[in-house]
Structures are given as C-alpha cells and as structure tokens.
Ligand binder design. Structure first.
Ligand SMILES: Nc1ncnc2c1ncn2[C@@H]1O[C@H](COP(=O)(O)OP(=O)(O)OP(=O)(O)O)[C@@H](O)[C@H]1O
Length: 476
C-alpha cells in the first residue's frame, strides 16, 4: 500500500474489517468456539504468508478451496450465526424489567439464604431474547416473589424443586423448568449438571442464570457463557441490576470478561490483522492491472431483404484495464464483440469497436482494440433460380457406367446479393455422393451446400433427392 492509496475509504475499510474481526473473535470466545477459530486463523495466516511469498501453487489451492470452505464454515457455525442474527434482531426489543425496587434485594437474599443452608437452586432472568425455544417441561406459577415462596420451591422436600425457576417481569413465572445442558468443555467437569445447565442457557441466549451450589454453598452467575462466583448480597444485587440495564450492542459484544488491557490488546490485534489482510489480499485484488485477451466477434441477423457479404472478422484483441480480481474472473466466451446487423441498410459500413458493443463487466475499461473497426458489407438481395448441381465423388465401379444423375428439385429459388456479384452465382451444390459403391440405380437424399450469402427463399434448405442411374458396360 503506497501513501497515495491511503485514502479515507481505505482507512474506513480497515476500521470496518477490524471491528468485524474483533466482534467475531469476541462472539466466538464467548460461545466457546475459539478452538475452531484458532484453527481457521492459522490457516488464514498460512495463506497470508504464502501470498506474501508469492507461492502460486498454495494460492491456487486456497482460491479453489475457499468457496467450499465458506459453505462448510456456515454449516459448522450455524448455531453461532443463528445466535448472532437472533441477537441482532432482538437488539431493539425492550427487556422485561421488574418494577418493584425491593425485587433485587429479595432475590439476592433468597440466593444467599439458600447458599448458607446448602439448598441447590437455579433462577433464570431472561434478557431480550425469547428463551422458549431452549427450555422444556416446567409448571406455570405466575406468583408474586416472596422469600418463603422461593425457599419452599427449592426445598428438596418439595416436588417442584428439580429444575429452574423462571423470573419474568419481576414475577415468579414457572418452576421445574429444564434448561439445555452445555456441551462445552469450558466449565470443569467438577461441576455437575446444575451448573452445566445454567451455562448451556447462558451460551444460547442473553439470559442471566443464578445458581446456588448445594455442595459448595456458593452463589454463581452465568451470563454469555461465563461463570462468575459471587460472595456478597451486594454483588448479587449489582449483577441482577446490571443485567436489566439497557445494554447497547457494543456492551453486549464486550460482555465477555477481560481487563481493559486484554481488550486493548485484542483491538490492536484486530487492527493489525485487518491491515495485513488489506495490504496482502484486498488491496492486491483491487490493484489496477492491464490485460490483453482475444474475444469472438458475433453478428446478429440482418434485416429481411439484405445480407452480409464478404469477409467476416472472427476475432478481436481487447486491451483492458481493471482490478486484478475483476480481470481474473473474465471469460472471453461471454464477452464477445457484438455487431448489430438488424438495422443496417445495404452498402459498405464501418462499425467501430467500443465499450458499447462489448459486454464488459462493471469496472473493466477498454483501452485499445485490434482491429479498431470492422468493415461490414451489406448487400440487397435478388431473387433468382439457381440449378442444384450434385456433388459426385469418385467413379462408378468397373463394368458399370452412369447413364444419368438426376436431381429433384432441379433448381431452387434463392436470395443472392444483388449487383455485379449476382452473376457469379451459377449453381448450388449438395453434400457428396460417393460413386464407388454404386452398383445399381440408387437414390440418395442430400443436403444443400451453399455459400453464406446465398439464402433459401423458403427460409430452410430442403433436402434434395439424387438419382444415380447405372447400367452394365456393353462388351464389344
Ligand atoms: N437440564 C437441567 N435443567 C434444570 N435443572 C437441572 C438440569 N439438570 C440438572 N438440574 C438440577 O440440578 C440438580 C442436580 O445437580 P448436580 O448435583 O448434578 O449439579 P451440580 O452442578 O454439581 O450442583 P451442586 O453443586 O448443587 O451439587 C438436579 O436435581 C436438578 O434440580
């Protein structure tokens, strides 16, 4: 990248790519998919190095495999992509906040009390996203929260203590709800299914899940696939209040734990990777280059009463300029020079080849063309009757002689260019008839063979019948 190339668009381009890389990394880190991502990053790095070293073979493999790889990645990351889109769709949705200011203290106190007494519990506080698709079973409660009610729900003598309690709009909405268990290795196997279930829902949605550990006598909060053990009631109140605060898209993405130093380092790395990508691949693809290619010249049909005569140019060499990626994708067969004969009147015409009669892709410019113009001879047509002359090849076998070669029809009505050339058309011929194998009177069907400038009046050439009559040579 030279200084001249450093426009505001380039800077914006790099910043957008950096932001994309950073958010992608953060999202995948939160979802615990970073192992796959690091594999992809190593592959990408390998490609960048190969590109810098100009290793054509490796580049070729990457270019050809990349389309399949993109589809595979979409399939592989389908759950993550779905989650990203769902998250984006629910960004504007309002969160169902509890209205009672005493709610937070009440919940925190219940959690602390249960931790002290060693009562296992899971309480779910949904965020903006609908969690219905992830949870199952459970019983509708719709009750006003109170300390005795929460404690009795999770009392292990109570039949409804198994499963999670869902809190919506500051009310106890349902109990005994089953959550999706996390398949991630992020949470140590020292934790049991309660913790893995809380982790599972926090990975799949933006819900906050509070867990009280029966064994550890400890409260932990799960949000965005991260577990945070909390010691005091004040910390628990703060965590729940924080969850209900309107979170902007940036905060959601930054919500994975990390110090300012780590986040700063990640942002700097994203910018660095974006710059390397831009310099090695993107700017390379956008670099303007020139290319010379040969393309076919195509002619449309003429008007009814005229015909094109004389030599026809078949190919033109185009000198083009465009970005490396645009020129690499050019296919000469689909971008020929098109000469429109439909509206041309009789006479000699010169058609200049320009961008207008070429089907060039957007962004590709025509610098020069050889030939610069094409001579087109358009002649009026005359209607004449031309005899059909059979094309007889070889000779009749020994002992036989040909007495006649009749053609049906004997002549055909044709259009020929009028003027001086008109008289040069003496006849039209047929596809060959090989005489060497003819031992008796034979009839064969042949096609008409005529120059391009001779056209049948009836639009299509009829098949012609050739009768070859033979007889035995008389021995003298
Ligand atoms: N998918 C689930 N959804 C909701 N709750 C679940 C789910 N799986 C297990 N639980 C709850 O977790 C309890 C079992 O907890 P377990 O002891 O296996 O987990 P743990 O993480 O070790 O928790 P603790 O530290 O409290 O022992 C079950 O009785 C049930 O109440």
């Amino acid at each position: 990248m030279t200084y001249q190339q450093l426009s505001w668009q380039t800077v914006l381009d790099i910043l957008v790519i950096s932001a994309g890389l950073f958010f992608l990394y953060r999202t995948l880190l939160r979802l615990g998919t970073w192992k796959i991502v690091s594999g992809i990053l190593v592959a990408a790095l390998f490609f960048v190095v190969a590109s810098l070293l100009d290793l054509k073979g490796v580049e070729w493999v990457y270019r050809n495999v990349s389309h399949v790889a993109v589809i595979s990645l979409i399939v592989l990351f389908q759950p993550e992509l779905r989650k990203m889109f769902e998250r984006a769709a629910s960004i504007r949705k309002k969160i169902d906040k509890p209205q009672d200011p005493g709610f937070f203290k009440l919940i925190a106190e219940s959690l602390v009390r249960m931790a002290e007494s060693g009562t296992g519990a899971i309480i779910v506080f949904p965020g903006r996203e609908n969690i219905a698709q992830w949870v199952s079973a459970g019983f509708r409660l719709e009750a006003q929260p109170s300390l005795p009610l929460i404690l009795s729900i999770f009392d292990h003598h109570s039949p409804g203590h198994d499963g999670a309690l869902i809190v919506k709009n500051g009310r106890l909405d349902a109990l005994g709800v089953r959550l999706p268990v996390s398949q991630n290795e992020r949470l140590s196997s020292d934790y049991g299914t309660r913790h893995h279930a809380a982790m599972g829902l926090s990975e799949k949605s933006d819900a906050l899940v509070a867990v009280v550990s029966e064994e550890r006598h400890q409260v932990a909060m799960f949000k965005n696939g991260q577990m945070t053990p909390l010691k005091t009631q004040t910390d628990i109140v703060a965590a729940i209040q924080n969850h209900y605060r309107a979170e902007g898209i940036f905060k959601q993405f930054l919500s994975t734990k990390g110090s300012f130093r780590t986040i700063g380092l990640e942002i700097a790395s994203s910018v660095a990777v974006a710059v390397v990508l831009w310099v090695t691949i993107i700017s390379g693809q956008g670099e303007m280059i020139e290319k010379v290619i040969s393309v076919p010249v195509e002619y449309t049909a003429t008007a009814e009463n005229v015909v094109m005569t004389g030599e026809k140019a078949k190919e033109a060499r185009l000198h083009l300029s465009g970005s490396r990626s645009d020129l690499a994708d050019l296919s000469p067969s689909t971008m020929g020079v098109k000469i429109d004969l439909a509206k041309m009147a009789a006479g000699k015409q010169t058609v200049f080849i320009s961008q207008d009669n070429l089907r060039l892709p957007k962004g590709v410019r025509l610098l020069d063309v050889d030939p610069a113009s094409i001579e087109v001879n358009i002649s009026k047509l005359s209607r004449i009757l031309l005899p059909v002359k059979p094309q007889l090849v070889g000779s009749i076998p020994d002992g036989l002689r040909m007495t006649a070669a009749r053609v049906v029809p004997e002549s055909l009505l044709v259009f020929v260019p009028s003027g001086d050339a008109e008289k040069s058309y003496k006849n039209i011929t047929t596809t060959p008839v090989y005489l060497d194998n003819i031992r008796e009177n034979t009839m064969v069907y042949c096609k008409v063979v005529a120059p391009q400038s001779v056209q049948p009046v009836d639009k299509r050439w009829p098949d012609v019948e050739i009768q070859v009559m033979v007889e035995a040579k008389s021995v003298k």
